[in-house]
Design a protein around this ligand. Structure first.
Ligand code: FES
Length: 335
């Protein structure tokens, strides 16, 4: 469904919700907590009764429901073939809103946390050649991808930038990959040379990138001449969006009952339908995690998420109701 993708990968600048987590939350125990780079730690999570965890694929993320009530999203960065352990990487954010500080300073081995998902907005699609570009903690979703590319026998290379070598996680795990991996600490080597790494635009190559917004903007510019959908990105935070198209209220018809809910300018569709008892799973509430995806049966959405590409927006058959609104007077939603 999604071609230009987004999510949150272990940084505290992303969305954080409090209170009611997703209904599919499972309880898991923190079984290991390790500092793997400057300000980056990993958590390992397992079922307290030794059961298998839900399956996942590279690019997936989970909602972590912390003991203090905060819910955050983190990419899974462990062994995709280990059914008993999830691993996530968490960057301590100096200007975060407390989620990463709690994980770094207060969460202990043995504590129970909730896990929602996994969900995947950044799936690895089949290709014979992959180019991966990571910035900082953006390495987390890409790490399982390079392992999957190995399993598939695909040709791949990774360009991995960071502020300095000590701040770059998983260098030890990538060391065995030899010259497939280019490590570029900014204080030693300067900025990433994206065009040199990517080479000339050509078909048959999938490019995956995750990192801070300036890196992703540079990637989009560097990939402008590449075939459509060659580049897939995952974001830390939602993209800037313009003001809503409509300032007036609009109606949302619920297809299952025929009831109509009025959505005023100060409320989201998610909030408005929730007030009449229609519970839709949500997590980030910023249009980046994909949890609240809802089918559109008629009407024209005003897409305000960071997930859909232009083609998908034009199709108009789904929307993320935590942020997206209506261009038309009325929407009929598959609710
Ligand atoms: S709740 Fe995350 S996209 Fe809507």
């Amino acid at each position: 469904m999604v071609h230009t993708l987004t999510g949150v990968v272990g940084t505290d600048r992303g969305p954080m919700s409090r209170g009611r987590p997703s209904a599919d939350v499972a309880s898991v125990r923190v079984t290991a907590k390790r500092l793997v780079a400057e300000d980056v730690l990993t958590l390992e999570l397992a079922s307290p009764s030794g059961l298998r965890l839900r399956d996942w694929a590279p690019g997936a993320h989970v909602d972590l429901v912390l003991p203090n009530g905060m819910t955050r999203q983190y990419s899974l960065c462990g062994d995709r073939w280990d059914p008993f352990t999830y691993r996530v990487g968490v960057l301590r954010e100096a200007n975060g809103r407390g989620g990463s500080a709690f994980v770094h300073d207060e969460l202990r081995v043995g504590d129970m946390v909730g896990v929602g998902g996994p969900r995947n907005n950044f799936a690895l699609v089949p290709s014979e050649q992959y180019l991966f570009v990571a910035g900082g903690i953006g390495i987390t979703p890409l790490l399982p991808m390079v392992r999957q590319a190995d399993v598939l026998g695909a040709d791949w290379r990774l360009l991995y930038g960071g502020r300095r070598r000590a701040s770059m996680a998983f260098l030890d795990e990538l060391a065995a990959d030899g010259d497939r991996v280019q490590v570029v600490p900014q204080d030693e080597c300067g900025l990433l040379d994206l065009r040199r790494f990517l080479g000339a635009p050509r078909p048959g190559v999938k490019i995956y990138s995750c990192g801070p917004a300036p890196l992703l903007a540079a990637m989009e510019a560097a990939c402008a001449g590449w075939p459509a959908h060659a580049l897939r990105t995952e974001r830390f935070v939602s993209e800037e969006t313009a003001a809503p198209v409509r300032r007036a209220p609009f109606g949302v018809e619920l297809a299952t009952t025929g009831a109509t809910v009025t959505v005023p300018p100060e409320k989201t569709v998610l909030e408005a339908v929730g007030e009449v008892g229609v519970e839709v799973l949500s997590s980030c509430r910023q249009g980046i995690c994909g949890t609240c995806e809802t089918g559109v049966l008629s009407g024209e959405p005003d897409h305000r998420d960071s997930l859909l590409d232009d083609h998908e927006r034009q199709a108009g058959d789904c929307m993320f109701i935590c942020v997206s609104r209506a261009r038309s007077d009325r929407l009929v939603l598959d609710l």
